[in-house]
Design a protein around this ligand. Structure first.
Ligand SMILES: [Ca+2]
Length: 305
């Protein structure tokens, strides 16, 4: 089986940690680079968290530190959901790992240039690094097979009434990315709000392996859903789509990102009924096979140490 080569841009983040686990241990994927971005918490913390996770799994995938703040706006965060550290709840051991000496968008470009096949980008944080890549290296589009994101919503938001967190933190970056001509798959709240791990599975996690034990400790501090009603695994959806696209129903749509609205900045305007008569630029995930998703998560976590 030829594995899909992937660059993963992330802001760990507790659901990011679960997504990184799945990306590393799904046999279908070959993670070439992790890049970090400010989002759930600041860039120092998301970078530290990414390195801690790779150390936990003893994996030597390079990490590049990305943007410390959005393109034009002041940083926001989601420490209320993920804890002050961004990955509250587990005592990771000390290590000497360091990020690469070059910024994320440069590291991504180098990977794209070095690869003899187009690479898949997966972005599960704000889209700042991807926008910087497109601004600095417009020629990179030809080297990117597709961009799979966790972000946006065709309905309501989870950060402001209409905007999803990853897009709301850096609407200008998202607007740039959505208008880039890249092939984009958007796993937004329309599917991720349903991507629940149920209480029964969550309770079993510590018995499965040390990854399960670690994730269970993090999940106990995660505030998107609850351990007793189920937790929303937003970021895992982007990885799930790559490995199990048959679990998702996609619709090609024109999607624009609102950057000027007084109350609506960061809203993804998803033209499901084609009212604007504009060509589709995004494959929008609108439905998820929840039971299939849960079965896949259990399968892939069991493959981890
Ligand atoms: Ca994330």
């Amino acid at each position: 089986m030829s594995r899909i080569p992937v660059i993963l841009d992330t802001d760990p983040g507790i659901d990011d940690a679960a997504a990184i686990a799945a990306a590393l241990f799904a046999p279908q994927l070959d993670v070439r680079l992790l890049t970090t971005v400010a989002g759930n918490v600041g860039i120092e913390k998301t970078t530290r968290n990414a390195l801690q996770l790779l150390h936990f799994w003893n994996r030597d995938i390079p990490v590049a530190r990305g943007a410390a703040s959005p393109l034009v706006r002041a940083p926001g965060d989601a420490a209320s959901v993920h804890g002050e550290s961004g990955m509250e709840g587990y005592a990771f051991v000390e290590h000497q790992r360091q990020p690469l000496a070059l910024p994320a968008f440069e590291a991504i470009y180098q990977q794209l240039q070095a690869s003899d096949e187009p690479l898949t980008l997966v972005a599960i944080g704000p889209l700042t690094n991807i926008a910087l890549l497109l601004i600095q290296y417009p020629d990179c589009v030809a080297k990117i097979k597709r961009l799979v994101i966790m972000g946006g919503s065709a309905g309501r938001g989870n950060y402001t009434p209409n905007a999803e967190f990853n897009i709301a933190i850096d609407p200008e970056a998202a607007a740039k990315v959505f208008a880039s001509g890249l092939e984009i798959v958007m796993c937004g709240l329309d599917v991720t709000n349903h991507a629940l791990l149920d209480p029964l599975y969550l309770a079993q996690l510590p018995e499965i392996n040390r990854t399960g034990k670690m994730l269970h400790a993090l999940f106990s501090h995660y505030r998107s859903g609850s351990m007793s009603r189920g937790l929303k695994m937003h970021d895992l959806c982007a990885i799930a789509w790559l490995v199990k696209p048959e679990l998702f129903t996609l619709q090609p749509c024109f999607v624009a990102v609102e950057t000027h609205g007084e109350y609506t900045a960061g809203t993804t305007v998803v033209d499901i009924e084609n009212r604007l008569k504009r060509p589709a630029n995004v494959q929008v995930a609108l439905q998820l096979d929840v039971a299939g998703f849960q079965a896949w998560v259990a399968q892939v976590i069991a493959l981890a140490p």
